[in-house]
Design a protein around this ligand. Structure first.
Ligand SMILES: [Zn+2]
Length: 106
């Protein structure tokens, strides 16, 4: 099943609830079937890295983990975190800020 998502890769989102509340970042990946996202520098988890011969030293690295779509809001450049509204341009649907109407599509 595909969850309806108004958030796309490279959008700027703000975390509105949970451990990383208040953090803002760029969307790296969207997982529509799970309703989850990877957001840059959000929900960082430590991960053991195996030593690879001649490459990394091994040890602990930090990487993003998935956050639920419902825990973030898209950020409008003028209003901050907002809900997404849709505007039709012919047969193309554009995502706009619900408050000021600015396009959120790049
Ligand atoms: Zn706005």
């Amino acid at each position: 099943m595909q969850t309806r998502t108004d958030i796309k890769r490279n959008d700027t989102v703000k975390v509105i609830t949970g451990r990383d509340k208040g953090k803002q970042g760029r969307v790296l990946r969207v997982f529509p079937t799970e309703g989850k996202l990877l957001v840059e520098h959000v929900m960082m988890v430590k991960k053991a890295v195996k030593r690879q011969q001649g490459k990394t030293k091994g040890g602990i690295a930090e990487q993003e983990s998935r956050i639920s779509l419902s825990n973030v809001m898209i950020v409008c450049p003028t209003c901050g975190p907002v809900r997404v509204a849709h505007k039709m341009h012919g047969d193309r649907k554009e995502r706009v800020c619900k408050k000021c109407g600015t396009t959120l599509d790049k």
